[in-house]
Design a protein around this ligand. Sequence first.
Ligand code: NAG
Ligand code: NAG
Length: 340
Amino acid sequence: MALFSVVFAMTVLSPTRTSSSLVPGPLNTNLQTVHQFPDFTWMENMAVRKNGQILGTDLSAGKFYLVDPQNPNLEPPVLAQFPDGSCVLGIAEVQEDVFYTQTIFGDGYTFNFQPNTSAFWEVDMRKYSEKSLATVRKITDLPAVGLPNGMTLLSKDEGTVLIADSTRGLIWRVNVHTGTSEVVFDDPLLKPISGAEPSFGVNGVRIVDSLLYFTSYNQALIASLPISHEGRPTGPATVISSDVPTADDFAVDGHGNIWLTENVQNTLVRVSPNGQVQTIAGGPNSTDLIGPVSAAFGRGYDDRDTLYISTDGLTFSASGKILTSNGKIAAIDTKHLCED
Ligand SMILES: *[C@@H]1O[C@H](CO)[C@@H](O)[C@H](O)[C@H]1NC(C)=O
Ligand SMILES: *[C@@H]1O[C@H](CO)[C@@H](O)[C@H](O)[C@H]1NC(C)=O
């Protein structure tokens, strides 16, 4: 997730994401809209079900939507509504069709979060086809987590996930069965830069084999490190690129390329394992991807090379007023790109 205050939008960003400076980018026939949500929908993060449907978290309204790329005209049903005033952030699947997510009370658009109000939830989709309802329950409060942002599966057997704490600059492990949590990684690379607006460190986290990848938002970097089954470092972190401003959430493909959203840059980039950064879609002045926040690959035979991208849809006027807030889920065929 990335949020920025009015002050940041007006004075720090260059270019600012103001609507007057945005125009459609170069025609990219490969980028398609899966679903365009209405105003005040912030598509913060996604998990793809085994059947190809997407669970999308709406940060601003504390909701989960179910988006079906096979039925793009279907109005996405609301799967879960978290308590009034909740912002909902990262998501991870632990057992098939059992997802976990995290909330904090506050207002994302004004970047105002209530300290010590983070919570961890289960969203069980196993009976969804019968009841058209997900079963939602709170597993635990996480009062010591500053701002719970990205989430990734650590161990299916043990029922553990890792979560990125953007304001305290920490990575936590949470056991989804017991609700216990502890810090497993604390490093300067995870820390926010004090005085930056917003002051965010680690943002997205993904584990591939025994490598933990993470972005650090203020430090404009993507890095990886080897970890144990318990999620603890077994070697030093390697910075893959430190040229990814406002680095948000991301997906890693089978070749170790990182498909990364640069939130305030309105850009999706591909970072190769040797650190080359290539723009794939959008751009600082483009309306193609306004505020991209997360990326996830499809899981079906037909769409495993399709990258889904979610956006917050945010633009501001020069005086900092919200002009657009209609997030979306977009798709891009990466197979086509890799063959270029
Ligand atoms: C409440 O939040 C603050 C700031 O993140 C943190 O330092 C403190 O430890 C938290 N308190 C509890 C009881 O967890
Ligand atoms: C974006 O627009 C600004 C203002 O018009 C311009 O200075 C800048 O070069 C543009 N950036 C890109 C990447 O096109």
